[in-house]
Design a protein around this ligand. Structure first.
Ligand SMILES: Cc1ncc(COP(=O)(O)O)c(C=O)c1O
Length: 381
């Protein structure tokens, strides 16, 4: 027998009550019964997105909502900035290029956050830029970008701030309306504590105006069509009925805990993971602007990070994440978003200590765990 622990930055664990809700017998989607579930979920999504606007649910992974942002708001030839500080920033740029947009690539060193000043410089120099595409949490580098400052830069320009909040919404504070974010995107398999398969997207009034003149080709991800249907408590096409049934339960759990407490929990877990890493003498990937979704840690010199992550997963039963691209084999990432709590961090840190020892690295057993406990004891749940 092997007990398994899922501590990767998505998919994340799913609470029992959500699993049970999804196991309910399937119901037809064009019924008052489903519409009631859908309506409740749509209302709770607005709470989590901190917006008065509609939050549209798409049957897609998060990238589907990213694609919908591009195809619904821009036209071929439009200029956008892609904040490229990791795999997902790169995705914004590639997606835009796939639809014929002209991309100003804003390169950011992996592990660092973009400087709002660099975005301003680009916008000042190129007044035709119509959108700034960024992550709130760049999962591949475990960095949080300064979304509030970026949104302030586009507020009075003919330009949108488009935020991939896939590992940020429900993790830390990204209040869409009060920060003036024009598009906020997320996905089910992260802080929403659901399996993969749903993407969420909300547009500001300014973004809906852009929708009117956008000429990119689109069909399935037609946000105006979805919004019209949302107004009638339904979707344009067959919705992911079971996932939406689960979503209603996960959102109820978030509401019950309260967003502030949800953010505080993620903050406590993230600080504990960072403290544990430092206590083990391991360097953090993003020491200056870390995301509370996941903690990236450099593995010690001489240790193969890929083999380490594989060993921890296959021999110890704990799924962490490794690095991507040039960070492959050099880092590991402990995720602490969604249905995670105090003892998930203890498990992750303890597994890392034991695995490092196994790989020949000198470890004082319990030193990482002790550092984590010093922070985790601020509250147990
Ligand atoms: C920040 C970020 N953006 C985009 C994605 C892509 O989402 P998906 O795999 O759901 O399409 C992910 C997935 O890990 C992510 O973490």
């Amino acid at each position: 027998m092997k007990k398994r622990y899922l501590l990767a930055p998505g998919p994340t664990p799913v609470p029992e009550s959500t699993l049970l809700a999804m196991a309910s017998p399937i119901i037809h989607h064009r019924t008052p019964q489903f519409s009631a579930i859908f309506k409740e979920a749509a209302g709770l999504l607005r709470y989590v997105f901190q917006t008065e606007e509609d939050v549209i649910m798409l049957a897609a992974s998060g990238t589907g909502a990213m694609e919908a942002s591009i195809t619904n708001l821009f036209s071929p030839g439009d200029e956008v900035v892609a904040v490229n500080g990791g795999k997902f920033g790169e995705r914004w740029g590639k997606l835009s290029e796939a639809y014929g947009l002209k991309v100003h690539w804003l390169q950011v060193e992996w592990g660092k956050a973009v400087e709002a000043g660099a975005v301003k410089k680009l916008l000042d120099k190129n007044p035709g830029i119509k959108g700034v595409l960024t992550q709130a949490s760049e999962t591949s580098t475990t960095v949080a970008h300064p979304v509030k400052e970026i949104a302030a830069l586009t507020r009075d320009r003919d330009c949108l701030t488009i935020v991939d909040g896939i590992t940020a919404v429900g993790v830390f504070d990204v209040p869409m309306d009060s920060w003036g974010i024009d598009v906020l995107v997320s996905g089910s398999q992260k802080a929403f504590m659901l399996p993969p398969g749903l993407a969420f997207i909300s547009l500001s009034k300014k973004a809906w105006k852009f929708r009117e003149s956008s000429k990119c080709p689109r069909f399935y991800f037609d946000l105006a069509k979805e919004r019209k249907n949302l107004g009638k408590d339904t979707t344009a096409y067959t919705p992911a009925v079971s996932l939406i049934t689960g979503l209603k339960e996960s959102l109820r759990l978030i509401k019950e805990e309260g967003l502030e407490k949800v953010f505080a929990r993620h903050d406590r877990l993230a600080r504990a993971a960072r403290a544990a890493s430092l206590a083990l003498g391991l360097k953090l990937l993003a020491p200056e602007s870390p995301s509370n979704a996941a903690t990236g840690i450099y593995v010690p010199d001489g240790v193969d990070g890929e083999k380490l992550v594989k060993f921890i997963r296959d021999e110890m039963g704990v799924t962490l994440a490794g690095g991507q691209d040039h960070l492959k084999g050099r880092i590991l990432r402990i995720a602490h978003l969604g249905f995670t709590d105090t003892f998930d961090i203890i498990i992750a840190v303890s597994a890392i200590e034991m695995a490092l020892h196994k790989f020949g690295h000198k470890v004082k057993f319990g030193s990482g765990v002790a550092a984590a406990e010093e922070i985790l004891k601020e509250g147990y749940r």
